[in-house]
Design a protein around this ligand. Sequence first.
Ligand SMILES: [Zn+2]
Length: 126
Amino acid sequence: MNLMLRTVIFARKVNINNVPVYNCSACGRNDVFPAVKEDVGRLVGQLGARPAPHSIPFDQVHEWAGVLSEALNLSKTLQAAVIAKATEERVNQLLDLWLIASSLEDEAWKKELHIRLSQLSTKYIS
Ligand SMILES: [Zn+2]
């Protein structure tokens, strides 16, 4: 099983780009990466029954997809070492932002950053 980023098409109208999937090299089957399934589902739920055609960059919605997208910019295929480095850098960026949010006592921003950091927790990566 290979981890890659794919476009998932919903209701033949909405392209959800850069969704992490496991691709089986034997039969070509794609399975959405288990830890992001719930978030993809929530996104689809928000689209309603008759969505207007558009694209959603999932790598901007979900930090784990964002890190994989960044890792793909750095190397042609997804490699564990590159993913680990991109993850570490993103976590450090988010922690820096958290310090700023905290010093501003901006609770809404802190909450958003907490969600983003949790998207990079080990339950997603392992
Ligand atoms: Zn297969």
